[in-house]
Write a protein that binds this ligand. Structure first.
Ligand code: BGP
Length: 459
């Protein structure tokens, strides 16, 4: 028999600061790597985005109307500390006080991501995550967050999609693409930084819960031959378990580590790092899930893995490790992302079985080319269908015994997609703007908004 969603289930929605806020240089904000990143021709930059910075009250009013129990957003490090490590910017601090207070006044639980792809540019110039000074900067930043918002925010997320930043580094490293070796050093330093933040959170905020938010997805073997199964196992370890084994068990995943050794990617680990990492235990795991991936063994002849393109989720493979396979059982979105609602159930089960921690779906959603009708409606029945199917599989996962505490679809409102600007929309709320044309920035409820509202009402 199907189990019900728990009474206090956190029905939410997600955004991230640089994709939604705009006001990129207002009120003392410093530049982040995203602000200096040049988007592809014809695609909007992050300067104005959906101007949530100025519309936050109106947006929260919509969240309340929708009946959200939680809102997952990220805090822009560069609003709090413009250069990443120096002076604190009071106006930036105030903005998130106002935002959080407004959420609480509307009975919406804030779920705050501390860092979502927007490293302060000054830190980047100084070597970014490869430089251990960035660990200290993050620790200082965390402390300021907990001092200020620790009494109000119950759910914290340390780093959004660290694994995506390592596997698809282009957008995070303006000016140059680091070598794999350097990326795994960045990653190690991020592990240390998250551990420090986790320990601080537990020390400074009494009731708060904190966890990581990687992009996790079950990996399927294209065929049932053992070499494809092995490739799927390898890639799942390198792409997913590496990040969660560190966070939860405090150790490097065996398979991922041996891959790193073989390729010469192992990072420098300072004395005390692993002890610190092992001490810092997350309270829950945020899971960003979009689609499963299907892979096969790489022929390893130097030809079967083409260079990656810019899309975060389009994977090509890695010579000798795995190659992207074909899955004829799944449909695809307009942007070539697989749609696999059962894969969500598979993924949640795998994660829960490995770690036995409460799970919170921090992102999941459909990117599409929505069309605003003349009568100011948006008929996104495809998004309703997508959410309906994924919610159902989440309920089946709960029935399987997975402790799922919330679900935050991506996204609450239309925002700048990482590579396709406003050409690819995810929101439950439409924002009236095109790439180069700000139009009115008016907020318009899509059909999915009304559908989700009913759904939340009936839990
Ligand atoms: C995740 C990111 C989000 C968001 C989402 C959709 O990887 O955490 O920031 O952008 O994917 O991706 P995209 O905008 O590339 O379609």
């Amino acid at each position: 028999e199907l189990k019900e969603f728990p009474k206090d289930f956190l029905w939410g929605a997600s955004t991230s600061a640089y994709q939604v806020e705009g006001a990129y240089d207002e009120d003392g904000k410093g530049l982040s790597v995203q602000d200096v990143h040049t988007p592809p021709p014809g695609i909007t930059d992050f300067k104005v985005a959906s101007d949530h910075y100025h519309h936050y009250k109106e947006d929260i009013k919509l969240m309340a109307e929708l009946g959200l129990k939680a809102y997952r957003f990220s805090i822009a490090w560069t609003r709090i500390i413009p250069d990443g490590s120096g002076e604190v910017n009071e106006k930036g601090l105030q903005f998130y006080h106002d935002l959080i207070d407004e959420l609480l006044a509307n009975n919406i639980d804030p779920i705050a991501t501390m860092y979502h792809f927007d490293l302060p540019y000054k830190l980047h110039e100084n070597g970014g995550w490869a430089n251990r000074e960035t660990i200290d900067a993050f620790e200082k930043y965390s402390k300021i967050l907990f001092e200020n918002y620790g009494g109000k925010v119950k759910y914290w997320l340390t780093i959004n999609e660290q694994n995506v930043m390592i596997n698809h580094p282009n957008a995070m490293n303006p000016g140059r693409i680091p070598s794999k070796k350097e990326l795994y050093q960045q990653s190690h330093n991020m592990f240390v930084a998250s551990a420090k933040a986790t320990l601080l959170c537990h020390e400074m905020c009494e009731d708060a819960k904190i966890g990581p938010a990687p992009n996790i997805t079950a990996i399927y073997a294209e065929k049932c031959n053992p070499s494809d199964a092995l490739a799927a196992d390898d890639w799942e370890s390198i792409r997913c378990w590496l990040y969660l084994d560190i966070a939860v068990h405090g150790r490097y995943n065996t398979i991922a580590w041996s891959y790193m050794e073989e390729k010469g990617y192992t990072p420098d680990i300072e004395a005390g790092d692993m002890e610190l990492i092992a001490k810092a235990k997350p309270d829950y795991i945020g899971v960003n899930y979009y689609a499963t991936a299907t892979v096969c063994a790489s022929k390893n002849d130097g030809t079967d893995c083409q260079p990656r393109n810019g899309d975060q989720q389009v994977m090509i493979g890695e010579e000798g490790v795995y190659r992207a396979g074909v899955n004829n059982y799944l449909e695809q979105t307009d942007f070539g992302w697989m749609v696999d609602s059962i894969g969500l159930r598979v993924t949640l089960r795998r994660v829960y079985d490995r770690y036995h921690l409460p799970l919170l779906i921090t992102e999941n959603g459909l990117g599409a080319k929505d069309e605003l009708q003349a009568d100011k409606t948006v008929h996104d029945d495809y998004r309703i269908d997508y959410l309906k199917r994924h919610f159902h599989q989440a309920q089946l996962a709960i029935t399987d015994g997975v402790e799922l505490i919330g679900y935050c679809p991506w996204a609450f409102i239309d925002l700048v997609s990482t590579h396709q600007g406003y050409g690819k929309r995810y929101g439950l709320v439409y924002v009236d703007r095109e790439e180069d044309d700000l139009k009115s920035l008016e907020r318009i409820k899509k059909d999915s908004f009304y559908w989700y509202k009913e759904f939340i009402l009936n839990n």
